[in-house]
Design a protein around this ligand. Sequence first.
Ligand SMILES: Cc1cc2nc3c(=O)[nH]c(=O)nc-3n(C[C@H](O)[C@H](O)[C@H](O)COP(=O)(O)O)c2cc1C
Length: 259
Amino acid sequence: MRHNLASIRREYSLQQLTRDSVHPDPLVQFKKWLSEALEAQVNEPTAMTLATAGSDGKPAARIVLLKDVNEQGLSFYTNYKSRKGRQLEANPFAALVFFWPELERQVRFEGHTVKLPATESDQYFSSRPEDSKTGAWASKQSSIISSREELEKKACQCAEQFAGREIPRPGFWGGYRLLVDSVEFWQGRESRLHDRIRYNKIGSDSNRETTGSSDHIDNTGNKKSAERKGTEGNNKPDGKESRISSGARESWTIVRLSP
Ligand SMILES: Cc1cc2nc3c(=O)[nH]c(=O)nc-3n(C[C@H](O)[C@H](O)[C@H](O)COP(=O)(O)O)c2cc1C
């Protein structure tokens, strides 16, 4: 290779991120960053890496597109019989990662997936262009095929089969929603001293593994710090404060992590 990979590095200096400036609800904070990514016209703002592991525990990762985000979580669509679909069937836990280099930002989600209700998948499927609909019927995603011609022939057959009528959603194709247990916002900073702010849902495993500092915030954004309540709360004896916040539905601890 002509390139010296070891010498490739970039300084990050665009912005900073503090525990006090983030929204108490991580999904609201995410929507704010996503809007900024859209406004900045970053490349593929909705592309996210989806990591899954089946019953053998071996992870696999690939890009999928975010199609919705609401207070319940993040949605994407795929073939339920694909490799990822089979892995999620065996083990619903998954992680999603966004990287927006133009903004020097990364967002990481962990949680478990549920299939979207059929009506929600139907609605999204019906909004897709015709050739995407026939493509979904034609592709046995992740299976071995003999040639590109085989795939194109199948797509043509499906297009003929459905010509002149509404193309229904295949039963093997639909959406998943990641129900979020933890979210980490990463903002690149100078000298590799990046800002990392992580939310852990209270009651989830991710919260139990928390070390570091967090604060208590209610859903109006007011701090419910241990001092005001007159209790030790989540303030740790080593001086690492905890911030706890309540979003629309959940309560979260918010901690700063070492880069
Ligand atoms: C930019 C981009 C967007 C993609 N979006 C999706 C998607 O939304 N859904 C999907 O099933 N595959 C999508 N893919 C293809 C997947 O990365 C992957 O190749 C495919 O889903 C098969 O993965 P699997 O064999 O692990 O199941 C996308 C790939 C790229 C590069």
